[in-house]
Design a protein around this ligand. Structure first.
Ligand SMILES: Cc1cc2nc3c(=O)[nH]c(=O)nc-3n(C[C@H](O)[C@H](O)[C@H](O)COP(=O)(O)OP(=O)(O)OC[C@H]3O[C@@H](n4cnc5c(N)ncnc54)[C@H](O)[C@@H]3O)c2cc1C
Length: 421
């Protein structure tokens, strides 16, 4: 393998670094180019969840089987979560096993991005930051999101409160989506996701924080920074084109329903590397292993786009009823993510109406889920509590508190010029 041509990878995020590690371990010369200064730079200390419910195999067992070491980064296991119904009722969902693991994104040593970076370097890959390369000159494209289908905004704060995670289905605070609270070892995050494009998006975050402050009065919050980012949800006709492999979010390998894309990013990066090593056919494996989940998530998203708080409430009730019977809150949610014949059928029925062709996709037949328009019900004035949250943040911002998004959900979420996303 040492005689093989060098491989160039565009993007040193999770999918690109996973591919680089697998290739370098096999003795291939690998160069990973990233437009930013470091891996994880796009995320700035955000907490994200590695879901462990979409299949029977534990994600960390998968990682080990693929040759990655999950001990390279900090992760915190959870088997319980507060489920917040749209009418503010709070239930506890629990499972005997590991429901999900929270990891930090960013440039600190313990983040998942830096863990994957270390694995790539230890395997012998060459990483080039602040390196601008052309798509045509690369073998693997792993640049993350390009267009915008949805956005998420959060505030990171210091707190003395013990570790805790809450997940809220609420169409007002998080249009078409959900909000969440994560506290790990003295650092908290409150985040809201917007699956409909809004003017003045920061009001959604202010109102969400105000909501959590009211319902969780024990949480002392000292705001540190505001973070955010976008998600790009596409279906591609080809995942490999002209010898190039499109992995992670660059290949649209994302969860259309709720945006849990990390698992698919690592998975697809590893599969692309295996194809280069002659051990599988990437196109075939993506269709076999990943696309059933992507198609299911698109069908779920179609349904989510059609409902509001009343159906969210029904979902919460069904979830809790199932948990009471089965004694395991993971089964109901897991089923939602798993492929079935009717979700597959629904996918083929609705995807032509949900997706718009991307003319700049270099002939790969990319169809994107556009950022949906706001609805009438998305127009509301902030409460006094939310205005207060905004004022507190403004004071912190004036003293140097950083924000990584602008107050318009269709603007680029990262204020760096020409970053490609
Ligand atoms: C706010 C937010 C919260 C999220 N929460 C979760 C969650 O809880 N669970 C979950 O599973 N997923 C979550 N996701 C989705 C998840 O972050 C992505 O699906 C995943 O990171 C995609 O991995 P990737 O390798 O495709 O891209 P990334 O990990 O984003 O890496 C892309 C890399 O490419 C680089 N790049 C961009 N353009 C260029 C270019 N032109 N040239 C070179 N390099 C370039 C970027 O700098 C970056 O380093 C969230 C996303 C956001 C925005």
């Amino acid at each position: 393998m040492a005689d093989a041509a060098p491989i160039h990878i565009m993007g040193a995020g999770l999918s690109g670094l996973a591919a680089a590690t697998t290739l370098a371990k096999a003795g291939i010369e690998v160069h990973v180019h990233d437009i930013r200064e470091d891996s994880g730079k796009r995320f700035d200390g955000d907490f994200q969840a590695l879901e462990n419910w979409s299949m029977d195999t534990d994600f960390f067992d998968q990682l080990r089987e693929w040759g990655f070491d999950p001990d390279e980064f900090k992760s915190t296991e959870f088997s319980i979560i507060d489920l917040i119904h749209p009418d503010d009722e709070i239930s506890k969902t629990h499972t005997p096993g590991i429901a999900y693991r929270i990891v930090e994104r960013g440039t600190s040593e313990h983040t998942i991005d830096q863990g994957f970076k270390r694995m790539a370097i230890n395997a012998g890959a060459n990483l080039h930051y602040k390196s601008r390369v052309k798509e045509e000159d690369c073998n693997i494209i792993s640049c993350g999101p390009k267009g915008t289908s949805a956005v998420a905004y959060g505030e990171i704060f210091h707190t003395e409160h013990p570790n805790h995670v809450a997940f809220q289905l609420n169409d007002k605070l998080a249009p078409g989506a959900y909000s969440y609270l994560i506290i790990i070892d003295g650092v908290g995050l409150i985040c809201t996701c917007l699956w409909r494009k809004q003017k003045g998006s920061e009001r959604f975050l202010n109102e969400t924080i105000a909501w959590y402050k009211k319902k969780y009065p024990d949480i002392d919050m000292i705001p540190l920074k505001r973070v955010g980012g976008k998600g790009d949800f596409t279906i591609n006709k080809r995942y490999k084109q002209d010898g190039r492999y499109y992995v992670g979010e660059s290949g649209g390998l994302q969860d259309f329903m709720w945006g849990f894309g990390m698992r698919m990013a690592v998975w697809s990066g590893h599969l692309a590397a295996k194809d280069i090593l002659g051990q599988c056919d990437y196109e075939k494996e993506v269709r076999k292993q990943l696309m059933p989940y992507v198609r299911t998530s698109l069908a779920n998203r179609f349904l989510m786009n059609r409902v509001g708080n009343r159906t969210f409430k029904t979902m919460c009730n069904r979830w809790m009823k199932h948990q009471k019977k089965s004694k395991d809150g993971l089964i109901w949610i897991g089923k939602l993510f798993r492929p079935t014949w009717y979700k597959n059928f629904l996918y083929y029925l609705v995807s032509p109406f949900m997706l718009v062709r991307d003319p700049k996709a270099m002939g790969r037949g990319v169809r994107r889920m556009p950022f949906r328009k706001a609805l009438k019900r998305d127009v509301w004035e902030q409460s006094e509590d939310a205005i207060n949250v905004g004022n507190i943040w403004n004071n912190i911002r004036k003293k140097g508190g950083k924000t990584s998004f602008v107050n318009d959900s269709d603007s680029t979420s990262v204020p760096e010029p020409n970053t490609g996303d």
